[in-house]
Ligand binder design. Structure first.
Ligand SMILES: [Zn+2]
Length: 632
């Protein structure tokens, strides 16, 4: 018990004695966050507990693309293992090609494009109103009762699926590939980018049961981990890039292409598997003209996407046993450098945070501005080198968040877009080092802050992506600023990096929640951070630190009075300039706000203070810098 609470008890005693209650809510900025209690699934250290479980889902898919009608026809088997302790009377699936159906939320809302600075993401369907035809749905060979609700579908089971039991579902379906598939897939001339394209199991977890948030544009996907075995049949002239490893190269690639891929395995610069001269020339790239079936397998991934085109340049190289691949059309003028950008990103993220775990990292150029799937990203040809590098590396950054660390992006964009934007900043700074862009990129989120943090308009990070008005700030830049501030101004680089890596390792191929993240960052950094997350994630608290006055006490020491005039608590850096010309920088810990909004720093020496300034490097999002200096 500290002296204050003892004094409080003494003062309260007469009131309690009279039978009147006196309760005071803890209003300290350091009170604990109200998180769900740790349990056997999710422990107090923020790691998966001894009885953590998640469902397993394995897919076998065969699909044929008819490039004359743009129809994709498919059969699919889902092997679903119920690792949960619950018997499941029904199962939920995502049927996301229904996003453009005439009665879908997206079609009816017809929301305006989401503007990200110079780039706009159009999640509408344009004039397209197609939806998939589900020809059959069976559970263990028997017709299944299914009910569709927009982009989700419920399958009612004849009897509940017991804990530990598994079942097989079979679907036959087809859909027409739209030109613009709500911003994430589609076609452009002969090129197809196919994603969010097959009935996929929703996540069933220990936190919320079924996670069946509809797909309406923002909020990408949240899926289980498992294996894929996918056979794709396309016209002879087409090359396919996909999640997973190509199982039958001898059947679909020429001997020259296979030989070039072997050379690429030993090369740390791009080897052309299909050269610029060969691109779009089927006679030089494909034997025969019958359709080809490409078979891919993938393990421990949460989704499968693919792209197909007859006119790609295809480049490959090796980084640390990983095949880096770029595929682009000859007219894409920013893409000759894309291979170097791709290599830089995979190398940077692997060395800094967690080694890339899959056999290849592939990016294709096409109509989708930027979208990520396991091992495969879709990126457009951009107008400048800087935007091209940003978009390309950002989509690859998603291989870490959320492909490896499988958080729920339908609910928490800050944990995937935000964490990714944070790791992208250092990567871009490294790639463009020595240029004005490279040397200032890390300060971008801070510089955006004033424009995006207007009181009453800003929303907290914890907001659902579909209800966020300023997604670029709330989902991307503010969480990046939050982690930068935590890394450099609160914990320090070593301490932060150790904890952030611990988070990635603990939750690789699993489903962390915000509480798990907060707990492991505390556990591994060695610092209580509830105060930090409260201000940055759950509120729109604003920082305003000020130097109020400097006086000299009776023993001759200078007293510098600092005030916290805003609603956010943070540590502070205080720069003192003395009358002998010397300068001292003092790091004031956040605990200075334990007892209130004012703190007096007593200078250890008896030097006379001439100037005092908080945040002298201007690295904090301080909303009023005019009071940071004394004298004013
Ligand atoms: Zn993103």
């Amino acid at each position: 018990m500290n002296r204050l609470s003892f004094a409080f008890l003494l003062a309260a005693a007469p009131l309690l004695a009279q039978g009147r209650e006196l309760t005071v809510a803890d209003s300290s900025p350091f009170r604990p966050l109200a998180l769900p209690s740790p349990n056997e699934q999710r422990g107090g250290s923020g790691r998966p507990g001894p009885r953590y479980w998640q469902q397993r889902v394995d897919y076998r898919i065969t699909a044929t693309l008819d490039t004359a009608t743009h129809v994709l026809r498919s059969r699919e088997t889902i092997h679903y293992v119920n690792n949960s302790p619950d018997a499941l009377p029904y199962l939920w699936l995502h049927v996301e090609q229904n996003i453009c159906g005439p009665t879908s939320i997206t079609s009816i809302l017809n929301a305006p494009p989401l503007v990200f600075g110079e780039t706009a993401f159009d999640f509408s369907c344009g004039a397209f109103t197609g939806s998939p035809t589900l020809e059959s749905a069976k559970v263990n060979g028997v017709d299944a009762k299914r009910t569709r609700f927009g982009t989700t579908m419920r399958i009612d089971l004849a009897k509940p699926l017991a804990s530990g039991a598994s079942l097989d579902m079979e679907f036959a379906w087809s859909f027409t590939v739209p030109e613009q598939g709500a911003g994430r897939m589609g076609r452009d001339g002969a090129l197809y980018e196919i994603a969010q394209w097959y009935p996929r199991m929703a996540v069933y977890d220990d936190v919320r049961g079924w996670n069946h948030e509809p797909y309406i544009g923002a909020g990408e996907f949240y899926l289980e981990y498992g294996s894929f075995d996918v056979s794709l049949t396309v016209p002879a002239s087409y090359i396919i890039a996909a999640t997973g490893e190509l199982v039958n190269p001898a059947q679909v690639l020429t001997s020259a292409q296979r030989a070039r891929l072997v050379s690429a395995r030993k090369s740390d610069s791009a080897i052309a598997v299909i050269t610029r001269d060969e691109a779009g020339n089927p006679a030089r790239t494909r034997p025969g003209n019958h359709p080809y079936t490409w078979r891919f397998t993938a393990h421990n991934v949460r989704d499968f996407a693919w792209a197909a085109a007859p006119n790609w340049i295809w480049e490959a190289s090796n980084y640390d046993g990983i095949r880096i691949e770029t595929l682009y059309r000859p007219a894409a003028d920013k893409w000759p450098e894309a291979h170097k950008m791709a290599r830089g990103a995979i190398k940077h993220f692997s060395e800094q945070w967690y080694r890339y775990p899959y056999s290849h990292a592939t990016t294709v150029e096409g109509p989708v501005g930027g979208m990520e799937y396991p091992m495969l990203t879709f990126v457009a040809n951009n107008t400048t080198r800087e935007i091209q590098q940003w978009a390309l590396a950002h989509e690859f950054g998603h291989e870490w968040f959320p492909m490896i660390v499988g958080s729920n992006e339908r609910l928490y964009p800050w944990m995937d877009e935000g964490f990714n934007t944070f790791i992208d900043l250092d990567n871009a700074a490294e790639y463009f080092k020595g240029s004005a862009y490279g040397d200032t990129i890390n300060a971008n989120p801070l510089h955006m802050s004033p424009e995006h943090t207007k009181p009453g308009e800003e929303q907290p990070l914890i907001s659902n992506p579909t209800e966020v008005r300023d997604l670029m700030w709330v989902g991307y830049q503010k969480p990046a600023l939050m982690l930068q501030t935590l890394r450099f101004e609160v914990l320090g680089k070593e301490r932060f990096d150790h904890a952030f890596r611990a988070y990635i390792r603990a939750w690789a191929y699993k489903h962390p929640t915000p509480a798990d993240f907060f707990r492991i960052m505390r556990d591994a950094s060695g610092m209580e951070l509830d105060w930090f997350w409260r201000d940055w994630v759950f509120s729109t608290a604003r920082l305003d630190q000020a130097v109020e006055s400097v006086s000299v006490d009776s023993s001759g020491h200078a007293n510098v009075q600092i005030a916290n005039r805003g609603t956010m608590v943070m540590p502070a850096e205080l720069r003192l300039t003395y009358d002998d010309g010397s300068v001292e920088t003092v790091k004031l810990p956040v605990e200075m706000w334990n007892l209130g909004q004012r703190f007096t720093y007593r200078v250890l020496s008896k030097k006379k203070v001439q100037r005092a300034e908080v945040d002298p490097r201007s690295v904090m999002p301080d909303v009023d810098r005019s009071n940071n200096r004394w004298p004013r």
